[in-house]
Design a protein around this ligand. Structure first.
Ligand SMILES: [Zn+2]
Ligand SMILES: [Zn+2]
Length: 122
């Protein structure tokens, strides 16, 4: 016989079906979809920093004046839903920056000025 080990993340995991019986992932009543069950099993939850787990914004700081409902899930946040994937990687390659400046110069260069083009290097 083994003793189940409760990690903090598992201890903080909310039920997959809310108190009304709806799935928190697909919003279907009485959901038993394998995908939702797997997503729930793999989810990690942390205390919401905005409400400290109280469900009301700043409820952990000023419970008397906290009237706005927090849009977390019952005081918890799904870590995987909180941190989005980066949508783009900004390149700092000197060649790309130089090419961008070349395009800038061609768009806003000294064409039509009729001057000697002073200020333009090379
Ligand atoms: Zn579901
Ligand atoms: Zn919250």
């Amino acid at each position: 016989m083994t003793t189940p080990k409760l990690t903090i993340a598992a201890a903080l995991r909310p039920p997959r079906l809310n108190y009304a019986g709806f799935c928190i992932y697909c919003l279907a009543a009485g959901c038993s979809r394998a995908g939702c069950i797997a997503q729930h099993a793999a989810s990690e939850w942390v205390l919401c920093p905005d409400c400290g787990g109280t469900g009301y914004v700043r409820g952990h700081i000023d419970p008397v004046c906290a009237h706005a409902r927090c849009d977390c899930w019952g005081g918890l946040l799904d870590v995987n839903l909180v941190a989005p994937e980066p949508v783009a990687v900004v390149s700092s390659s000197g060649a790309e920056i130089g090419a961008a400046w070349d395009r800038f110069d061609s768009l806003f260069g000294h064409e039509g000025a009729g001057s000697a083009g002073d200020g333009v290097v090379a």
